[in-house]
Design a binder for this molecule. Structure first.
Ligand SMILES: [Zn+2]
Length: 338
């Protein structure tokens, strides 16, 4: 096993579960007896910790990067270990187009093998154990706040699964069905209320001057209505955690940012902001907030703006109510640390 700076190898393992993509890969894995491994990044360690924290487990898995094609779970000398290909998590997240759900799925799947005791049987890499690990991962991702679409995405990738049914690996269709089943039944138990997602992987990163977006950044400073609202203090200043993101899927909507609105669970109310203490929003309330498109921003700004708008992110924001009073519109956004 590698220590802080070292690299190492795992060898002579008898039982392992692989997240495989093809028959060729399964055949080649049969010959694998030695894998070079090295320590993962802090982000990857943090991702595993978020999953184990969430299900109330101590994080006592060994996590390593290795020269394998995808990911695997293995027990060596009684120690539970997860190994994944060096660039896998970054690559799959980019392909998935979500913040981190695809890599979270793979990690949850491998953790699922360990928790389901799949290494105590003779043939750990069977169809049943794969589907059990998928069920576990589907349920965990639902609890963490991923949508159904985001949850099934990693098994829809060509480079991770195949539509063929193998001897010991289920096909794409049955995996998607199993994950959908897990997600739906968990969602039903949760009564359609999603958990507050864990902080995004870049939570500790200092965004510097780019962690605050004001009316000026949104090019709203010439908005008379807004100026009036600011002057009369008739807006909400709140803190909360982003729980859901709703995208605008209209084909006519052509903007660098297709996020339409976010759902935020309030963590700090604003009652102190008003003379009339009754007008505040209470802690624990979830509100829907329309967000500016950021159309006028430069590329670097829009990238930063969008990375603040991630599920699990804690934000301070200002918003005003318009129309029937059910919608509110954001005109100030600030990234906070959880
Ligand atoms: Zn597996």
């Amino acid at each position: 096993m590698p220590t802080k700076k070292d690299k190492g190898v795992v060898e002579n393992f008898k039982k392992a579960c692989f997240f495989v993509s093809s028959q060729k890969e399964i055949d080649s894995l049969k010959k694998v007896s030695k894998i070079d491994i090295e320590l993962p990044t802090n982000r990857e360690i943090e991702q595993v910790r978020q999953i184990t924290d969430f299900i109330g487990l101590p994080q006592n898995f060994g996590i390593y990067k290795g020269n394998i094609r995808n990911a695997m779970a293995v027990v060596i000398n009684g120690k539970r270990i997860i190994i994944f290909r060096k660039d896998l998590l970054r690559r799959i997240d980019r392909a998935g187009g979500s913040e981190y759900w695809s890599s979270m799925f793979i990690l949850a799947h491998e953790i699922g093998h360990h928790l389901s005791n799949h290494f105590s049987t003779d043939s750990p890499n069977s169809k049943d154990t794969e589907l059990e690990a998928d069920f576990f991962a589907g349920s965990v991702l639902c609890r963490l706040g991923a949508s159904l679409e985001e949850t099934i995405k990693p098994v829809s990738f060509g480079f991770l699964t195949t539509s063929m049914d193998h001897n010991n690996h289920p096909d794409k269709k049955s995996r998607v069905a199993m994950i959908t089943n897990a997600w739906n039944s968990t969602n039903l138990q949760l009564n359609n209320t999603f958990a507050v997602p864990p902080p995004p992987p870049d939570d500790d990163v200092d965004f510097g001057t780019q962690s605050i977006f004001t009316p000026e950044d949104f090019h709203l400073m010439h908005d008379d209505l807004l100026n009036n609202i600011i002057e009369n203090k008739s807006y909400y200043e709140l803190e909360g955690i982003i729980t859901r993101i709703h995208y605008n899927d209209s084909i006519y909507f052509n903007s660098p940012n297709n996020i339409q609105e976010i759902q935020v669970e309030i963590t700090k109310d604003n009652t102190g902001f008003y003379e009339n203490k009754e007008s505040g929003v209470k802690i624990g309330t979830r509100i829907l907030v329309q967000v500016p498109t950021g159309e006028e921003m430069c590329h670097a700004c829009i990238r930063n703006y969008l990375s603040i708008l991630a599920r699990g992110r804690k934000i301070r924001f200002k918003t005003y109510i318009y129309g029937s009073g059910l919608d509110s519109y954001m005109f100030y956004l600030e990234k906070l640390k959880r």
